[in-house]
Design a binder for this molecule. Sequence first.
Ligand SMILES: NC(=[NH2+])NCCC[C@H](N)C(=O)O
Ligand SMILES: [Mn+2]
Ligand SMILES: [Mn+2]
Length: 299
Amino acid sequence: MDITLIGVPIMYGSDRDGVQYGPDKLRGKGIISLITQNDKRLYDFGNLFVPYIPPSDKFVSHKKIKYLDAIVNTNNNLAHLVYSSLTSKSFPFILGGDHSIGLGSISGASRYFNDLAVIWIDAHGDINTHETSPSGNAHGMPLAAAMGIGEDSMVNVYYKGAKVNPDNVYIVGARDLDEGEIELAKILNLNLYTMNKVKELGIENVAEEILNKIITSNVKGVHLSYDIDVLDKSIVPGTGTPVENGFTLEEGKRVLECFLNTGLIKSMDFVEFNPFLDENDITLNTCIHLIDWIFKVIK
Ligand SMILES: NC(=[NH2+])NCCC[C@H](N)C(=O)O
Ligand SMILES: [Mn+2]
Ligand SMILES: [Mn+2]
């Protein structure tokens, strides 16, 4: 199996310094050899260029979305790398950076597959728009934009219009949703598996239900977006918006395995590790453990 590694050193979507150093911190801890040890051929595309915008200019491009232009441009570039990688039959593994990059990944994957499903594993829904966001942080908006909802330039990243049909979106592990997100999930009748629901049904059953729905739809490829804050705060203190009552490390691994061992996942994000917020390398070690696991179980 061929893997394309794409680092996206961006913090504009979270507005918290440090998350842009995630890719280099993980590279420094040896993820390249972890990936290749697991019998994969790796094409390391390095880190994507992210332009410097001074904090004083964060609201220059939009008054309710911080650093909008830089986020849109970076996602546009990311989308093309993801698309190019898929075209050459190589699995894009996208390392954040904050979760605003989920938009670029989905955009690239959806151009390749047309009918794409998205599994969004996260403590959050990331389905805010500039109108519902309590923070103005774009990492709370990428999934809405990918469904065609929100600010124009975000919705039209890479190519015009929606990238994924809401029926093909699956949110897993959410336990911190904003009011507007809850409302949108209802309106769209989204496949929302909150953490409560996952704990009630069991990870395996949730995965089976999702996979069945995907297999019986006309979806051609699945993008998996893994925000490390789905894990419990105690094992990922180094993330910008940690939430309690998350997955244990074992649960975080199981959910990855259930999806990655099916062969249906064709691209993946791994986001929101912020080395500046880490405590005694707890989060770094969690990430390293998970990345090793990802390339052991992926098919
Ligand atoms: N990818 C993330 N960590 N997103 C956190 C979003 C937090 C909050 N819902 C917001 O929109 O500001
Ligand atoms: Mn997220
Ligand atoms: Mn999150």
